[in-house]
Every structure is written in C-alpha cells, then in structure tokens.
Design a protein around this ligand. Sequence first.
Ligand code: ZN
Length: 251
Amino acid sequence: MAGNRKVLPMEEDNYVRFIRTAINMRNDETADFGEKDLLMVLLPACCGLRIGEVAHLSAKWITHTNNGPAIRIPKKWPCTLGRSGSCARCKAESSFYDDPSLWGPKTKGRWPEKGAYPIPLTNTLTDAVTGDEVETNLANRLISYFKVHDQLGVAGYETIRFRVRRVAQQTKDLHLDHGRGLVNRLVAKNDRQTVPDLHPHDLRGSWACHCLRRQISDYTLRDWGGWQDLDMINYYSSFVGDVDGSGRDKL
Ligand SMILES: [Zn+2]
C-alpha cells in the first residue's frame, strides 16, 4: 500500500464514470487535457500500473501476446527522465543494484524467475466505456502514442497525482468506497464543495476490484498486479463482497 494511507477503491459505478470523464476531457478541445494526460490516468485505472511504472513506461514495454497487446514491466530499466540521465527519484533511491541510473518495479512479483507477467491491454474498461471503438481503446491509444514517442516520459510523480485529482474533480458525484468504516478523505474543490482525495493508487485498487467483479481469478490478478502473495487480493475482495452482495467466495 502507499505509505500509511489506506487504499480506497471506487465503487464500480464511480469507477466507470471516472474513466468516462477522463475520456470526455480528452475529447473536449477546450479542456487542455491531452493524450499524455489521459494515459497517465488510464494506465493505473485500467491496467493497475503503479505510479512509478506509469512515469517510466517505455514503448519497448508493449508486447504482443496470444491474447493481444499487453504491457510487460521489466526487471530493471535505464531511467532517462532527468535533465542529465535518471530522474531525481531514481537517483535518490538507487532502487536497483545500487545503480542510480536504473529504475526497477516496486515488487519482485513483477518479474518472477520465469519472467514478468504481461498485463493485458485489451478488454479493459475503456473498451466498454467507449463501445470498443478501435481508435479509442487503450491498446490502440498506446500503440499510436508510441509511434511518435519512445516513452511516456513523466519526470515527476506529482504530475500524475495532479492529473488524477483533476479528473476526480470533474467526475460528477464521485465518492470512494468506504462502506466499511474507512476514513473518507476529502479535498476542497472550490469554496463550497469538496471531492474525494483520489490518488493514483486508489485507481490501481479500483482496477483490482473491477477485475474481481469480472471473475478474474485471484492468482491471475496477483500476477497482473505484480503482488507476491494474495494479501492485497484478499483486501480488495472484501470490498467486492460488500459492494455487490454477490457473496463472492472468500478464502
Ligand atoms: Zn527514474
């Protein structure tokens, strides 16, 4: 989980409206919300990418599997997001092999011995929200983007947080799933209104819950999400059971 914050997934209808809002903002020429902005939001929301994975996403991470295009997070990656070489975070953390020029994913679950598990880009919620129009689904958006750019190239994680918050502010009646007595975090929208303080990691949690509602198996989701065990799957399962009342089997 992100520090000591509780990850709060959105309920399904909020999740759908959030993604639709992001796509609408992209389609609105007056909204000043470009393709890169949209991808910063959709990658955690529709593929469960962590914020560092979004920031460092490279064209070379797109792979093609029997089930269509997918993202394969590498074990280590040369970071070029800084003005001279790697970004400040990679320099500070020297996250892998004590080499500040390298970035690496947070958990080893991303790259077990047999190789990283590809995260599917097809059949994501963007397909459903947009009616699966080829030119608008996430796979084609990314492939088109990487015809022009060799990486997403987000130098500061704060930028991603800001984009997510902007979409949250524009999403009508957004609320987080806090039916279990969890704290409802709010930030000011303007002088009179507040909106949920939605973080990128909450999008990852919303994606996980969405996958569970779609009957994706616990082990498949563990591999897609890069978790090393089922702890977080169990955490998210508890939301799914509470929300849809389907009595989804608990372990
Ligand atoms: Zn970096």
